[in-house]
Write a protein that binds this ligand. Structure first.
Ligand SMILES: Cc1cc2nc3c(=O)[nH]c(=O)nc-3n(C[C@H](O)[C@H](O)[C@H](O)COP(=O)(O)OP(=O)(O)OC[C@H]3O[C@@H](n4cnc5c(N)ncnc54)[C@H](O)[C@@H]3O)c2cc1C
Length: 457
């Protein structure tokens, strides 16, 4: 950094400023998606809301683009930019659990696994996502679905308040009483309105043991498995959240050697109610055909990290997603046919089952638009590095096109910024217009634009 202003800025931060000359610059500018390679002017490691306000003021005064980073898992890499400032919330790691009031106050740099560990000490949990190194902040601000959603709803449905720093450096608290419009906006509208420095969640009794399923069959059985899964999951109580998966079987010890690298269809589930009841309900699916069945009673924390090995840091990935009403007929066939085309052992299709508590929240209560969808389908074109990435990306795009006739929307946290669809598609006209009004009030200059951007109206 050069100049007196930069020096003052650097000295006034409780955290640390990392510039291009620092030894850990390369490590610090990296985000989870390995295909993103951007070089910010510097990275402000913010330890307090005051640091965030200082970084924003400095970035604005210097005319720099501002990226905000929590867990760094944005698929399109919105949390890092070229030649701008990264407001890195990583150091803000506090988690305060009140087991009596059943609430948690969570710093913006906390990862899912860290929050799950803290709450599970009391047998409690916030419904979060499915990979433990994802950031609570970005996941929640977009909606946040995961293994408890059919029983308890999305992560945003548990929010009771947030603390936020505006583009002007003002510190605000938003809840249904204080700034209800802003509170509505942050429950799905992403980081468009300011930098959230802490989240307050309602907690629920979960686990400590859940029934956690992972089973798969060779892809040749996909039509039968998909049809059986459709009926089985349609009858599921809310304690069960499931996903249908297509990919190549990983070369893990728990997977029979003859299936390593072969295309498979899988069912993944989490039963968070009474475990023996879950075992009874899961039986027909587990016994269907010749399933390779890795279902087990696991601690909730263990379950939450179960998919981590499939999503290591540095993976090159392109995500294309669509909400669909059902996996019947041509949707099911399209997915199976796409699964036959998967080349990379890292690529895959995940179709999450919605319904239950997600659908019981009114369509305008939060900006999250997919509440009435049957399934959220994500096509993940991925490789370990640049080799073959272009091909996998094209596969995901062409799969997305095949789903277009059936698509009823898209989850904002699964979108890229490839220009294929407007951000409005993730919200629908009414919610989008309301978000634009909130944006005009809190960020009229669109300082927070490195995101799935909602321009002020
Ligand atoms: C491996 C993997 C698994 C996933 N699984 C799920 C899942 O199960 N369920 C689900 O719902 N989603 C899932 N997602 C999508 C995930 O919700 C988004 O990628 C999310 O944006 C990640 O949040 P983050 O904090 O890690 O990301 P970041 O890249 O740090 O941030 C993402 C976006 O949010 C903004 N942002 C982050 N923190 C703040 C803040 N405090 N204030 C204001 N703006 C902020 C950033 O500027 C950026 O635009 C997954 C993603 C990955 C890569």
């Amino acid at each position: 950094m050069n100049g007196a202003a930069a020096l003052t800025f650097e000295r006034s931060l409780a955290g640390r400023v990392i510039g291009r000359d620092d030894a850990d610059y390369d490590e610090s500018r990296r985000v989870w998606n390995g295909s993103i390679d951007r070089r910010p002017a510097f990275i402000a490691r913010c330890a307090t809301p005051a640091d965030v306000a200082t970084a924003l003021r400095y970035g604005r005064a210097a005319g720099l683009p501002i990226a905000v980073r929590a867990g760094g898992h944005s698929f399109p890499g919105h949390s890092v930019c070229d030649d701008g400032i990264v407001v890195d919330l990583g150091p803000m790691k506090s988690v305060e659990v009140d087991p009596v009031a059943r609430t948690a106050r969570v710093g913006a740099g906390v990862l899912l696994g860290e929050l799950d560990s803290a709450t599970q000490r009391f047998g409690l949990a916030v419904p979060l996502g499915s990979v433990s190194h994802t950031g609570v902040a970005g996941l929640t601000l977009g909606g946040g679905f995961g293994w408890l959603m059919r029983r308890l709803g999305l992560a945003v449905d548990q929010l009771t308040a947030v603390d936020l720093v505006t583009a002007e450096g003002e510190v605000l608290r938003a809840s249904s009483e204080a700034d209800p419009d802003l509170f509505w906006g942050v429950r799905g509208g992403g980081g468009n309105f300011g930098v959230v420095t802490s989240f307050e969640f309602r907690l629920h009794e979960v686990g400590p043991e859940v029934l956690s399923g992972l089973m798969f069959w060779p892809l040749d059985a996909a039509s039968e498995v998909t049809a059986f899964y459709r009926d089985w999951s349609a009858a599921a109580p809310d304690e069960l959240t499931t996903a249908l998966v297509f990919r190549r079987a990983p070369a893990l010890d728990v997977v029979p050697r003859e299936l390593h690298g072969r295309p498979v269809v899988g069912v993944v589930f989490c039963w968070s109610g009474e475990v023996s009841e879950g075992e009874r309900f899961a039986e027909p699916m587990r016994w269907f055909g010749d399933a390779v069945d890795l279902t087990a009673r696991r601690s909730y924390v263990e379950h939450q990290a179960m998919l981590d090995p499939s999503f290591p840091h540095g993976l090159w990935i392109h995500s294309k997603a669509a909400n669909v009403q059902s996996l019947d007929g041509s949707v099911g066939e399209a997915l199976i046919s796409l699964a036959h085309e998967i080349v990379s052992p890292r690529s895959g299709i995940v179709a999450w089952q919605l319904g239950g508590a997600v659908a019981r929240v009114g369509p305008m209560e939060t900006p999250f638009a997919g509440r009435s969808a049957g399934h959220l389908v994500d096509l993940l074109g991925a490789t370990d590095g640049p080799d073959g990435f272009e091909r996998e990306r094209e596969w995901a795009r062409h799969g997305w096109e095949a789903l277009l006739p059936h698509r009823s929307g898209v989850y904002v946290n699964w979108m890229m910024d490839d220009g294929d669809e407007p951000v409005e598609a993730a919200y629908g006209r009414q919610r989008y217009e309301r978000l634009r009004r909130v944006k005009r009030r809190y960020d009229p200059g669109n300082v927070f634009r490195l995101n799935q951007n909602i321009p002020p109206d």
